[in-house]
Write a protein that binds this ligand. Sequence first.
Ligand code: ZN
Length: 130
Amino acid sequence: MIKILTVRTGFNEELVDITAKVSAAVAESGVKDGLACVFTPHTTAAVTINENADPDVRSDIILGLKSMRIESADYAHIEGNSAAHIKSSLVGCSEIVIIDKGRLLLGTWQGIYLCEFDGPRTREVYVKII
Ligand code: ZN
């Protein structure tokens, strides 16, 4: 089963918490013991797992990636968003989470995030549960 989540991002760059949507997909699947692959089919977005307690961590991740100074290189890509493509590759387009007793086996302070690097846009996230 594949569940397709739709996420509307509101900013050029942001991390959107999709944990509840992924958890709902797991519950809907009925799978009690397995894996959830969370994958975004975009080249300027990514999926990551990080802290869900202090929202400053999300903005610090955006700031940290900006501070790598990859924004201003003399890129050839005509669309002009090479920095977003590079961030997508650095963060990665998927995460795999263990399902145990029907629930995502995340740490207490972990959430699953869609990372927007070239928004705002409507993004899709595929959740494959096995
Ligand atoms: Zn591009």
